[in-house]
Design a protein around this ligand. Structure first.
Ligand SMILES: [Zn+2]
Ligand SMILES: [Zn+2]
Length: 415
């Protein structure tokens, strides 16, 4: 489930409603477009109904950590995965509710700004612990498998912090969203002594969406991580608070009205496994193909979706595109008319490499035990837009005939 967020327009101050995944913010009032940059998790606060006689500066906020993403793991001869969306207590406090339940999805949240008075309880549970707990949720699936554990990866995750507003009246702690009493006790005072003020480093900052090369406006979908300039045909990603040019190409097509989907072409060097070129990849994953000379000359590279998909589709498409990449010509630097946004950055795609390797193997029994020793060193990345025919319910890739259901793409934008 997505969060609905209220955020003030960085240009005119008007309140805008956003989705959790939105990066490009177009203000409907002043029509200015900004790209949101964050350092660390975004911090939100739930709306409160604090009674008037409680001073705003006496409100305090308890952190809850939210993890949303896909977990892949390999155990025995199985590759498994799970979509996880969990919110858990970020501070130790026995009187606090263990989780926020469905509240973050049921009500709009606001980004924490310096206008929020009151204090914030320190996050005492480490992110690493939260990730381990999120992984434990997949144990439900894995505990039936009595076999050695080989690999685990988090892919396409969002981590955020949602604050629950609280206040104390006559020694009783109240949940300020519903004004219900949570309890009393020494722990309330102890919690508050570790509270801190708002930090300016929590706030996202905004970049004007102008092409650093030619000054024209950059365009992208609201949830895209990559922005394009249709004037000078360049492509940009945010890095260290500015836009940086990326290497990209779009495969040309003679057909009109094609839809282009983005893929990361990752050229890698593998260690811990005998895999130097594409022929080795075919051999290691036992593909039913006669290995030919040109397979040996082809470098070791993966072609993975640069957009979020549910795990089974991601693995299938990553495998098929990687196997068929030899059929796809190198493209040009011409921004296509209809583009699917890049919603999975290259770091996430790199994190998925071992899972795609495992998913490609027909005989998992031999490959999976090698995974703990395998390392991929990325030599080069190239964002590649591939043309797809629009066939009603499906998109079909022009060169390979590989198809993808539209519903799956639509679902992926909510992951
Ligand atoms: Zn505005
Ligand atoms: Zn430009």
């Amino acid at each position: 489930m997505d969060l609905t967020i209220y955020q003030n327009c960085p240009s005119c101050g008007a309140e805008i409603e956003l989705n959790e995944a939105d990066r490009l913010i177009r203000c409907p009032y002043c029509d200015v477009q900004n790209f949101m940059v964050t350092r660390g998790p975004l911090r939100f606060v739930l709306p409160d109904k604090v009674p008037d006689h409680i001073r705003r500066e006496d409100i305090f906020y308890a952190p809850y950590l939210r993890f949303k993403g896909n977990i892949y793991y390999c155990k025995g001869r199985h590759l498994k995965y799970k979509v996880v969306d969990t919110t858990q207590q970020g501070t130790d406090g026995s009187v606090l509710p263990l989780s926020l339940g469905l509240r973050p999805q049921a009500m709009p949240v606001s980004l924490v700004t310096d206008e929020v008075s009151g204090k914030f309880l320190r996050q005492t549970i480490k992110v690493k612990t939260l990730l381990e707990r999120a992984a434990l949720l997949t144990v439900i699936d894995s505990e039936n498998i009595k076999a050695p554990f080989y690999h685990r990866a988090y892919v396409g995750e969002t981590l955020s912090c949602i604050y629950l507003p609280l206040y104390v009246e006559q020694d009783v702690l109240y949940d300020a969203v519903t004004n219900t009493a949570l309890g009393r006790g020494d722990s309330i005072e102890k919690m508050q002594t570790h509270a801190m003020q708002y930090k300016s480093s929590w706030a996202p900052h905004f970049l004007a969406t102008l092409c650093p090369h030619c000054g024209d406006s950059l365009t992208a979908a609201h949830d895209s991580l990559i922005l394009n300039c249709k004037n000078c045909h360049s492509s940009w990603e945010e890095k260290q608070g500015g836009f940086q040019k990326i290497k990209w190409n779009a495969v040309e097509t003679a057909f009109k009205e094609m839809y282009h989907l983005p893929f990361w072409k990752l050229s890698v060097r593998a260690s811990g496994i005998e895999m130097k070129n594409f022929a080795d990849f075919l051999r290691v994953t036992n593909q039913p193909l006669v290995i030919q000379g040109w397979h040996r000359e082809q470098e070791l590279s993966f072609l993975l979706p640069a957009f979020k998909l549910k795990p089974s589709t991601f693995l299938g498409l990553g495998k098929n595109m990687t196997l068929r990449q030899g059929e796809i010509p190198h493209g040009e630097q011409q921004i296509p008319k209809k583009l699917h946004p890049v919603t999975l950055d290259r770091k996430e795609a790199i994190q998925a490499l071992k899972s795609v390797l495992a998913g490609s193997a027909l005989n998992k029994r031999n490959l999976l035990p090698q995974l703990p020793h395998v390392r991929f060193h990325t030599l080069d990345t190239d964002l590649t837009y591939l043309p797809f025919f629009d066939k009603g319910h499906d998109y079909v890739q022009e060169q390979t005939g590989i198809s993808l259901a539209k519903s799956v793409l639509h679902f992926g934008r909510k992951l």
